[in-house]
Design a protein around this ligand. Structure first.
Ligand code: NAD
Length: 481
């Protein structure tokens, strides 16, 4: 039996009863059928969200009342954490401990925004000094309205929660469309939200394909804000679709993040972070540091150690103990990555290790950790987001040269710099054109800190206070005394 949609507080089949398969990437076997929403289902869900918003059943509650409901959602996630993590791993292929982090982060995100909403309400209205005693001006913040949220498959539940938690905390209602490649933990989240007693229509879930469900959702005239995470190509379509109305669009898009390593570092630490920066979550990470720039003095030694460490990574099904690299999420993504590797010419780069299916795996979408060195900065693998366990390494001689190479990208999501000289790290960080800079590490992500990109990596910020404000309208109330 296929999973159902969640519309207006009820689990329902899609109007036309259509479904599509979910595939376990470690075996290539179909293990679930997912309800496929189309435009008629989208219309029902958006109307439910609109009616719920306009009724005030959620937006008129106090922040404390909403926060209590969100804490029940967090508790529901924590109570089912092992089951949700196992499901995430089966659907996406990521190692089980990584799914466990995601689920734990998802619960924390609900708690964080519950607390923040309460704190903001307690702080009250902001007074504005107009410089004129005859007038009194206050600023109020109000929920933006009906949110359409569209999310990717690399952190299936967590990427959804980065939108659902702040939107609900702010008092918005929401229609979520997760990726067709990994829908299952979002279906379970809908059950948890239902059990937490959140009023009908406040949260709605539509599983289905981008063109069938995502496009009509972004274009729907009753939507007030579109919050999208995914590729640049789809982001452009989403922006275009959303522009059929006048509304806010936030975009969390791709990246090709650089990692600059100076020669005064501890090479073992540099290798450890470089490895995590690209092979964590199979390299299916928007902020993955997939371009490594190493100061020439340590270039060969670093490469030797990186190769050794990459070849020691345990590959296998995500649920198996000790596995650090699972299968690529789907056949299409696997073929897309292999396509990039097939197009690498001898003038583009030198293959250090990997580049193919690892030995001993006859099925499953497995790819050995792949390292290219001496990469031409014109090569496709240096410039394009591959979104897999593939890293490019180049040497540099001067600080300014490294900064120039790092910034020479249409993307600007994240960047990392490593040196024992912290002044130099700050100097470089100031010149890097990216929304997230890591110093002496790569990838640690905290719910409390804003997340988002410069340039083609997106518009707006998620997480932290900025991620909450993204779901608020600002109203000035000016009184003549
Ligand atoms: P994608 O763009 O293919 O799909 C993302 C979502 O958009 C899916 O739910 C999909 O069904 C939907 N969609 C597809 N076509 C649509 C359309 N025409 N209208 C509306 N929705 C449509 O991306 P993906 O392959 O799922 O995810 C990988 C991408 O996401 C990478 O580029 C990655 O860097 C990016 N990403 C960014 C962040 C970030 O925080 N910046 C986080 C995670 C992933």
């Amino acid at each position: 039996m296929a999973t159902q949609l969640y519309i207006n507080g009820t689990f329902v089949d899609p109007i036309d009863g259509d479904a599509f398969p979910s595939v376990d990437p470690s075996t290539e076997a179909i293990f679930a059928q997912i309800g496929a929403a189309k435009s008629g289902d989208v219309d029902k869900a958006v109307h439910a969200a609109r009616d719920a918003f306009d009724s005030g059943c959620w937006s008129n509650l106090t922040a404390k009342q909403r926060a209590e409901a969100l804490r029940r959602v967090a508790a529901g996630i924590r109570a089912r954490a092992s089951e949700l993590a196992a499901l995430e791993t089966k659907d996406n292929g990521k190692p089980l401990p990584e799914s466990q982090w995601d689920i734990d982060d998802a619960a924390f995100c609900f708690e964080y925004y519950a607390n923040l909403a309460e704190q903001k309400e307690a702080a009250g209205a902001i007074e504005v000094d107009l410089g004129d005693d005859q007038f009194d001006c206050r600023i109020w913040h109000e929920p933006v309205g009906v949110v359409a949220a569209i999310t990717p498959w690399n952190f299936p539940m967590l990427m959804a929660v980065w939108k659902v938690a702040p939107a609900l905390a702010a008092g918005c209602t929401i229609v979520l469309k997760p990726s067709e490649l990994c829908s299952l933990t979002c279906v379970e989240m809908a059950k948890i939200i239902h059990e937490a007693g959140i009023p009908a229509g406040v949260f709605n879930l539509l599983t289905g394909f981008g063109p069938d469900a995502g496009a009509p959702l972004t274009e729907h005239p009753l939507v007030d804000k579109v919050a999208f995470t995914g590729s640049v190509a789809t982001g452009k379509k989403v922006m275009q679709g959303a522009s059929l109305g006048i509304r806010t669009v936030s975009l969390e898009l791709g990246g090709k993040s650089p990692f600059i390593i100076f020669d005064d570092v501890d090479i073992e630490k540099a290798v450890e972070w470089a490895l995590f920066g690209i092979f964590w979550n199979k390299g299916e990470v928007c902020s993955a540091t997939s371009r490594i720039l190493v100061e020439r003095g340590i270039y060969s030694k670093f490469l030797d150690r990186l190769k050794e460490a990459a070849e020691a990574i345990t590959i296998g099904p995500g649920e198996c103990e000790g596995v650090k690299l699972g299968p690529i999420v789907s056949e299409s993504q696997y073929k897309k990555i292999l396509g990039f590797l097939e197009r690498v010419s001898s003038s583009d780069a030198r293959l250090v290790t990997g580049g193919a299916r690892p030995e001993g795996f006859s099925n499953g979408f497995y790819l050995a950790p792949t390292i290219y060195a001496d990469v031409s900065i014109d090569a496709e693998i240096w410039r394009e987001e591959i979104f897999g366990p593939v890293v490019c390494v180049v040497p540099f001689d001067q600080e300014e040269e490294a900064i120039g190479l790092a910034n020479d990208s249409p993307y600007g999501l994240a960047a990392a710099v490593m040196s024992d000289d912290l002044e130099r790290c700050d100097r470089v960080a100031a010149k890097l054109r990216a929304g997230i800079i890591w110093i002496n590490c790569s990838q640690p992500t905290f719910t409390q800190a804003p997340w988002g990109g410069y340039k083609s990596s997106g518009i707006g910020r998620e997480l932290g206070e900025a991620g909450f404000n993204a779901y608020l309208e600002t109203k000035q109330v000016t009184r003549f005394d």
